[in-house]
Design a protein around this ligand. Structure first.
Ligand code: PGA
Length: 222
């Protein structure tokens, strides 16, 4: 049982990985091992095309996990070819990762688009998790959950220090701030032990069920 009563979020960002079978294998391994603990929020964020199957598997297994999208449309439903609007996604997700640096870099996502996406998420009862790359990234109104993800740390095995993550988190008072960037089962504890850090956003290390479970376990003991 966690000693602290702050919320701890452990969010698996699968990025563009895992087909349906791989996703279901992961859920079957991870789901039964997630502790039922109110302040521990475990979220899995698959690709859009796998979301409905993952959601179903979590419901059937009655696993204490939430689901998230890795993005959503800045527009509503209608003539927006190729987009995934929040009004449809809300059938499957509790949360959406918005403004990830990979979207900013590879898909030209701007702060303006991020704020439109946040508005869509909020209007559809999806919790926006906005990624900031440092203390100066703007955070749209209504956002309560933030992930500090310094670009140098993403997928590099070169995480920021827990102390610096905590310092950056202090710039967002009243929000729950997670850390992301090369989180593993070895370093996760040092991040979530920081008073201002409310969990982790995990990319590469979330793909392997056993490693992800070790990360969850480490957070459970906080
Ligand atoms: P990483 O990615 O854990 O593979 O560094 C984190 C993220 O981009 O969310």
């Amino acid at each position: 049982m966690a000693g602290s009563d702050k919320n701890i979020w452990v969010i698996a960002n699968w990025k563009a990985n895992k087909n349906i079978q791989e996703a279901l294998d992961w859920v079957a391994k991870v789901g039964p091992q997630i502790p039922k603990q109110n302040n521990l929020k475990v979220v899995v964020c698959p690709t859009f095309s796998v979301l409905s199957e993952v959601k179903k598997a979590i419901q059937v297994g009655n696993f204490p996990m939430l689901t998230g999208a890795q993005d959503l449309s800045p527009f509503g439903v209608g003539a927006y070819t190729g987009e995934e609007p929040a009004a449809i996604l809300k059938q499957f997700v509790d949360l959406a990762i918005l403004g990830h640096s990979e979207r900013r870099q590879n898909f030209g996502e701007t702060d303006e688009m991020v704020s439109q996406k946040v508005a869509q998420a909020l209007a559809n009862n999806i919790t926006p998790l906005v990624c900031v790359q440092g203390k100066d990234t703007p955070v749209p109104d209504g956002v309560k959950l933030i992930a500090y993800e310094p670009i140098f740390a993403i997928g590099t095995s070169n995480p920021d220090t827990p102390q610096n993550a905590s310092m950056v988190a202090k710039n967002f008072p009243g929000k729950e701030v997670l850390y992301g960037g090369s989180v593993t089962s070895t370093n996760v504890k040092a991040f979530v032990q920081q008073e201002n850090v409310h969990g982790v956003l995990v990319g590469g290390a979330s793909l392997e069920a056993d490693e992800f479970l070790r990360i969850v376990k480490a957070c459970e003991e906080i």
